[in-house]
Design a protein. Sequence first.
Lengths: 114, 109
Amino acid sequence: EPEVTQTPSHQVTQMGQEVILRCVPISNHLYFYWYRQILGQKVEFLVSFYNNEISEKSEIFDDQFSVERPDGSNFTLKIRSTKLEDSAMYFCASSDAEGSTEAFFGQGTRLTVV
Amino acid sequence: SQQGEEDPQALSIQEGENATMNCSYKTSINNLQWYRQNSGRGLVHLILIRSNEREKHSGRLRVTLDTSKKSSSLLITASRAADTASYFCALVTHYKLSFGAGTTVTVRA
């Protein structure tokens, strides 16, 4: 069964460092998303991406964040200068249509900023 | 607010019992989806109900949608220990899913 894969599963980084979280969406999907979940809190939308550009982003997704689809398979989230409050689980998701069908989520990357 | 609000926050039931959780929302929706999250894991899609549908079934899951009351319910029948998880409703608006805080369900053996 096709699945969304995320690497690494756990990343520890020093405050102020740049991190890149990687995702391989399902191959025939066209819509890509990043969500985050701070421990014990709800899942929050960060950004959606379609046709090589951002479709929508939340107020969390400030200038420190960027997304890229560098090739035909990967979808990355970069945090330029990490803060302690960026510590969270980051989930990548993909879907074949804009919200009208289910989204498939990866298992997440646990980011710990120390 | 574009997210749903689940109720109750937590639910503890005996194996074999039914579990019901509700989601209320305030905006117009294209469809509403329910997801499950096992502790520390990714979200798994359970069921999608469109705004013109009133009820939908999938295995032991039954979802209802009342657009006049802006509410949805998820019923898990004959619960099993493996159903222990957090359940979220997600509102679908344009390019994103908006999740509520979820209902944590514990099924006791």
